[in-house]
Design a protein around this ligand. Structure first.
Ligand code: SF4
Length: 291
């Protein structure tokens, strides 16, 4: 796959489970577990090859937010101490300065009484506060890229909205590029500037979010959009879905991976379609039948 995110831009990466979204995030962040190997012609952050960046540089330039904040926080340590560690390890800050910055960052992500919260352990915070604390941890440095992998999936709807607002505020303030990964195309449509749709490990469509509802050209993207219920959806009918399931890597062929589920498939789809410009370079599609 090929992906570029501009400073301050929020790009949504969508697709069903197993499409390769989280693996892409892990590959960028160097978190693919052994024996996985990441190969890229170019993997650059602000013009520097990520492979050439020291752990300190990468630790302050790249922030990652996961679905479960407890996966990022140590349950045995106080929240403030965990945030302060970022500044102590990556920025050589003194313990006192690091702690002051941790409290400041917790307040910055709208955690009330940040000094008291900094002294607490993760289990004493609500799920939404824990997720904000993880975002605050990312803001201990000066992130140039924020990767948020399903950051709101485990939260209730009200808290979800607060975290989305925060994820909008942070790039606007810091100029950080943001990759927002979600299976929820409705949330992506609200938050992001651009959408990249993945299927079976490949990008199948990339388009500005303002064209998502009416201008999507790939049958898979259109099916994802059509499967989002709204207030007018007839509740007496079954919800719209995409029949079948995505192929596993063992089932990949030389043809279009969506062919078995695609209503527009033809003999031509036995060859994999390339990702090409569609209505200009901002909109790219991999489909022989894209109109
Ligand atoms: S290339 Fe063919 S099978 Fe694949 S999405 Fe387009 S029409 Fe459907």
């Amino acid at each position: 796959m090929s992906l570029t995110i501009a400073p301050g831009e929020i790009v949504g990466l969508v697709g069903e489970s197993g499409s390769g979204k989280s693996l892409t995030a892990a590959a960028i962040g160097g978190l693919v577990p052994y024996p996985g190997v990441v190969r890229a012609e170019a993997l650059r952050l602000c013009g520097t090859d990520i492979a050439d960046m020291s752990p300190k540089e990468l630790g302050t330039s790249l922030a990652m937010v996961f679905q479960d904040p407890m996966a990022s926080l140590n349950p045995a340590l106080r929240v403030g101490g965990q945030l302060a560690e970022v500044a102590i390890v990556h920025q050589n800050a003194s313990r006192a300065d690091a702690h002051r910055r941790a409290v400041d960052r917790l307040g910055h992500v709208h955690i009330p009484e940040p000094e008291r919260r900094a002294r607490q352990h993760p289990h004493e915070l609500s799920g939404g506060m824990r997720q904000r604390a993880v975002i605050a941890m990312g803001l201990m440095g000066t992130p140039r890229l924020i990767i948020a992998d399903e950051p709101t999936t485990a939260l209730d709807v009200t808290v979800q909205r607060q975290i989305l607002t925060l994820l909008r505020e942070v790039p606007a303030e810091t100029g950080a590029a943001t990759l927002f990964i979600s299976h929820d195309i409705a949330v992506v449509g609200e938050l992001c500037d651009r959408v990249v749709v993945m299927y079976a490990g490949r990008v199948v469509e990339e388009l500005p979010v303002k064209h998502l509802a009416e201008g999507a050209a790939h049958p898979y993207t259109r099916a994802l959009v059509a499967s989002v219920p709204d207030m007018d959806t007839d509740r007496s009918l079954p919800l719209a879905g995409i029949p079948g399931r995505p192929p596993t890597p063992a089932e990949f062929t030389d043809g279009c991976a969506f062919a078995a589920r695609c209503p527009l498939a033809t003999d031509r789809c036995a060859d994999n379609p390339p990702l090409v410009d569609h209505d200009g370079p901002a909109h790219r599609v991999a489909c022989w039948e894209a109109k």
